[in-house]
Ligand binder design. Structure first.
Ligand SMILES: Cc1cc2nc3c(=O)[nH]c(=O)nc-3n(C[C@H](O)[C@H](O)[C@H](O)COP(=O)(O)OP(=O)(O)OC[C@H]3O[C@@H](n4cnc5c(N)ncnc54)[C@H](O)[C@@H]3O)c2cc1C
Length: 337
């Protein structure tokens, strides 16, 4: 059994930023990530046929902390401003450009590339799934499943930061270990799914300039990854709305592609689809946001719940929540030591 001061569960933006903060404070930590790669919902498909973001499409920088981070990313050419307002499509299919003047940023080479760059030098084990976390004699004992070998191991830690969607976290931390009011608060945090389709086209789409449309109805967002500047070849991402996704999440991929493509046909023009991929995000976006940046408790031992269902939500909220989680835990561990 290995030992770490702090174990972070999940290598999405919240986990990555919690780790950065702990590293800055000189605290020994390890991130455990169940996926083969880092990034979580900052996901990009990349092949000879093109590049497309199929999770988060853009991010904002409203807070001073985020503005500072994004400024650095832009300087390093890892991110850039995409647009200052999207086209809006109403129920009747009419499209208008709404410029609110607020910058939306994209990762220069796709969202995954940004998270990969951000996580260089961090201690991350990928392909490892946390299956249970229990408290005993002053420590957290975390059971981890190696997804490739199916071997199980335990890590002992003083503190735990979990950044996975809350329903997944309360599945591996048993309720009797948490104070009842903490458990109650966690149970209120619900998410909606999103069915995401990425299609490779034989020629450019007819999506208006800048390439992003927020939509009413069954579709939530449509992005032209070529216009976004991340793909040399025409690739379009279609995100279904939460309610449509909920209703159709169990349908087969072929049906989902056909239905969603049909709904955006006028925006694609006279094209042929070379390839189509479907991602079913079960926990895509929080429906309810917790009012604080993190939910932290010392009972039974230091544990922080962080991620995008806290305060601002989305990419910016996940980063701010992760930083605060690292700071809170860092202080407690230093006091203990
Ligand atoms: C389709 C879609 C579109 C979106 N569009 C936007 C957008 O345009 N703008 C915006 O700001 N936000 C958008 N978002 C939201 C944004 O992607 C998230 O808010 C943000 O990426 C969340 O980061 P996180 O670190 O909190 O969680 P995640 O990125 O989900 O990271 C959690 C990590 O935990 C891992 N994990 C889960 N369970 C375990 C376990 N048991 N053991 C180990 N690891 C585990 C997961 O694999 C994952 O890597 C979108 C999300 C989706 C799905």
């Amino acid at each position: 059994m290995s030992y770490k001061s702090v174990l972070i569960i999940g290598a999405g933006l919240a986990g990555i930023h919690a780790a950065k903060k702990l590293a800055e404070l000189g605290i020994n930590y390890q991130i455990i990530e169940k996926g083969k790669k880092v990034g979580g919902r900052m996901a990009t498909v990349s092949s000879s046929q093109g590049v497309a973001d199929y999770g988060a499409q853009f991010f904002t920088a409203r807070s001073e902390k985020m503005k500072k981070l994004v400024k650095q990313w832009v300087r390093e050419e890892k991110a850039r401003s995409w647009t200052r307002g999207f086209h809006q499509r109403n129920h009747a299919g009419e499209i208008t450009l709404v410029r609110d003047g607020y910058p939306r940023f994209v990762a220069s080479n796709g969202m995954y590339a940004l998270t990969k760059w951000l996580s260089v030098d961090l201690n991350i084990s990928t392909g490892q799934e946390v299956t249970s976390a229990r408290y005993e004699n002053g420590f957290w004992f975390v059971e981890i499943l190696n997804k490739e070998t199916s071997e199980r191991m335990f890590v002992k830690a003083d503190g735990l930061i979990t950044t996975v969607p809350i329903p997944q976290a309360i599945a591996f931390i048993k309720n009797e270990q948490l104070e009842s009011d903490v458990y109650f608060e966690l149970q209120q945090l619900k998410y909606e799914p999103c069915l995401a389709v990425t299609i490779t086209l034989n020629r450019s789409s007819k999506i208006p300039k800048k390439g992003g449309i927020q939509s009413e109805g069954d579709i939530a967002f449509i992005a032209d990854n070529k216009q976004k500047g991340i793909s040399k070849k025409p690739m379009v991402t279609i995100h279904a709305s939460g309610s449509w996704s909920e209703e159709h999440i169990h349908k087969c991929n072929e049906w989902i592609v056909e239905e969603l493509v049909q709904q955006v046909k006028p925006l694609l023009g006279n094209i042929a689809i070379i390839d189509a991929k479907v991602k079913k995000w079960k926990y895509a976006k929080p429906i309810t946001l917790h009012p604080d940046r993190i939910l932290a408790t010392l009972q039974p031992a230091p544990i922080v719940f962080a991620g995008d269902c806290f305060k601002e939500g989305k990419v910016e909220g996940a980063i701010l929540s992760g930083l605060e989680a690292g700071e809170w835990m860092g202080e407690r561990i230093r006091k203990q030591g």
